[in-house]
Ligand binder design. Structure first.
Ligand SMILES: [Zn+2]
Length: 305
């Protein structure tokens, strides 16, 4: 039996830092955004979190070998299969409806991968921070997998501010900027992804948690150790030096926010730059669009700088 904690939520909600902290505990292995293994790791040959080109990372070579042996799937074909199956609107049917032959094939392919990760790393907990709701939908239906769901939410105005800031990608041979989203676009995704994330809860009875980025940032150590407790993962040594300073270990994340390459000692504090820097137009647009869900997640309508 392999234990997997899947982190779901719209981008820029703090999933990468939580993922990297979890990875710094003994007994825990983080895959990063495993969903993108096929396209970004194997087809585009981007960098693993260890700094090696994905194809040159020995750990992942071993995992893929244990998972598929001489039967290695064609990454382009898996990427295409994944695109067809995991449209976000398919989330509820993937969680509880009948599976097509392709859905079955994809489920088997991923189950083999998770089992191989467990076997090669010996981790008691695998963290997959793919974020994609439809990607999390199949996990509870995989044989030999004990699934946990962490749904991360962040104030949509902070999320939009982050998406509008140019951010360089660090895992490509030539530097490029990450995709940017305008306020309405980011907020529509925020609404849809969070709604679908909530619809997954019933597929994870007693094994789902909602976590606001802001609550994590206010008490990082306590929050992370509660997550480990929630997933029944023994904590032997802690990478935290105090309540909000952590030493990040190197990782083998396949994809994720560029911050995944940070290692060593890091002082964690809430990123609240948007409160002072965001212009009124985008802020009002996001507030209006997200209004009902702002209340639901406990965010104030008016914003103090
Ligand atoms: Zn690596």
């Amino acid at each position: 039996m392999v234990k997997v904690l899947y982190i779901v939520g719209w981008g820029r909600s703090g999933t990468t830092i939580v993922d990297n902290i979890l990875n710094s505990y003994e007994n825990v292995f983080s895959t990063g955004e495993l969903f993108y293994l096929w396209r970004r790791g194997l087809v585009q040959k981007r960098k693993c979190g260890c700094g090696a080109r994905f194809a040159a990372c020995e750990l992942w070579a071993e995992i893929l070998d244990v998972a598929y042996g001489s039967d290695q799937p064609d990454p382009e074909a898996v990427d295409e299969l994944q695109k067809r199956i995991t449209r976000v609107r398919h989330t509820p049917s993937l969680a509880s409806g009948p599976l097509t032959d392709e859905g079955e094939e994809y489920r088997r392919l991923l189950a083999r991968l998770y089992h191989a990760i467990g076997e090669v790393t010996g981790a008691k907990l695998i963290v997959d921070s793919s974020k994609v709701p439809s990607g999390a939908a199949l996990l509870p239906r995989m044989r030999g997998v004990e699934p946990y769901l962490l749904h991360m939410v962040r104030d949509p105005r902070a999320v939009t501010h982050s998406w509008m800031r140019p951010t360089p990608q660090l895992d490509r041979p030539k530097p490029q900027l990450m995709q940017q989203h305008k306020p309405a676009d980011s907020t529509m995704h925020w609404l849809v992804w969070n709604a679908f994330a909530e619809r997954l809860y019933r597929a994870y009875p007693n094994r789902h948690r909602m976590l606001r980025y802001e609550d994590f940032a206010a008490a990082p150590r306590r929050t992370v150790e509660e997550l480990l407790e929630f997933s029944g993962t023994p904590v032997t040594e802690s990478p935290f030096l105090d309540d909000s300073t952590v030493r990040l270990e190197p990782n083998h994340t396949v994809s994720g926010n560029p911050s995944r390459f940070r290692t060593g000692e890091i002082a964690l504090r809430a990123d609240e730059r948007w409160r002072a820097d965001q212009r009124t137009g985008p802020r009002l647009a996001v507030t209006a669009l997200a209004l009902p869900m702002l209340h639901r997640y406990g965010y104030r309508v008016s914003v103090a700088a």
